[in-house]
Design a protein around this ligand. Structure first.
Ligand code: BTN
Length: 259
């Protein structure tokens, strides 16, 4: 249920963004992709009140009823596709900051690569998609963000939650969260451009879930169990396997062992 307070208002974003507001779309990723291919500029942000076919990572469905936050930001950073993936961490940390500012006293943890957890349950996720030209140069990066404000799925692969379930008052809406996210994300991107990945990596690691613990990492064709030792300088996960070898993982899903 959407709370009565001005949930229906349109977000006010800093001038660096160009808001494309929609009531209902199949997925903000597809809307943004069409806009990016048509030349939409860096900072174009597609926001929808609901999605009919929301997508998660690894081809999963992302339940998208009204009341939660759904957005895709078009970015055109001048860097390699690998470096651009670091912006997924900027999104996770900026959302954590946003939750801290609009819903205190909730404390977030970050689950590799870009999930945000509250009380050990997933409240938000990030989906990155990019297009490069024939010479390998990044054309655009789509940063999709979904955050559970009012509701959460009951049957997800990883246990989920919402801000409301965690006790955030009904006055705080998806629009408030988007506005706070947009401010914090802009700050993190400026810092990333000036100082590189270091500060972002530190901020993420300071609230990393399961660091130093044994975890299971599910890859498309195998599953690895090992100790989550660190993040490397590019944001990849460093996993120490039981035979002592160190494995660097670029993409996968993290679960508690035996879940
Ligand atoms: C994940 O699996 O954790 C990533 C979820 C990303 C969901 C968001 S909601 C807005 C955007 N549109 C989509 O269809 N997916 C992303």
């Amino acid at each position: 249920m959407i709370p009565p307070k001005d949930a229906a208002r349109t977000p006010k974003l800093p001038p660096a963004y160009r808001l494309v507001a929609r009531e209902s779309v199949p997925s903000t990723m597809e809307e943004a992709r069409d806009l990016a291919d048509a030349g939409a500029q860096d900072g174009t942000l597609v926001w929808a009140r609901e999605q009919l076919h929301g997508r998660g990572r690894q081809g999963r469905n992302w339940e998208s009823p009204p009341g939660n936050l759904y957005m895709t930001l078009i970015l055109r950073p001048e860097c390699s596709p690998n470096q651009a993936a670091q912006l997924g961490f900027a999104a996770g940390v900026a959302l954590g900051d946003a939750i801290g500012s609009v819903c205190p006293p909730l404390d977030v943890l970050y689950k590799w690569p870009n999930d945000v957890l509250l009380n050990g349950r997933k409240v938000a996720g990030v989906l990155l998609e990019s297009k490069s030209s024939a010479d390998g140069k990044l054309d655009w990066l789509l940063l999709g963000l979904g955050a559970n404000v009012e509701s959460f799925p009951k049957d997800s692969a990883y246990p989920a939650t919402s801000l409301r379930f965690e006790g955030t008052p009904a006055e705080v809406t998806a629009v408030d969260l988007l506005e706070a996210f947009a401010r914090h994300f802009m700050n993190w991107v400026s810092r990333w451009l000036e100082e590189g990945f270091g500060p972002l990596r530190n901020a993420w690691l300071a609230h990393a879930a399961a660091k130093g613990e044994t975890i299971e990492v599910r890859l498309p064709h195998e599953s690895l169990t090992g100790v989550f030792v660190d993040l490397d300088q590019d944001g990849r996960l460093l996993l120490q396997l039981s035979d002592g070898t160190l494995r660097t993982v670029a993409a996968g899903d993290v679960f508690p062992v035996g879940s």
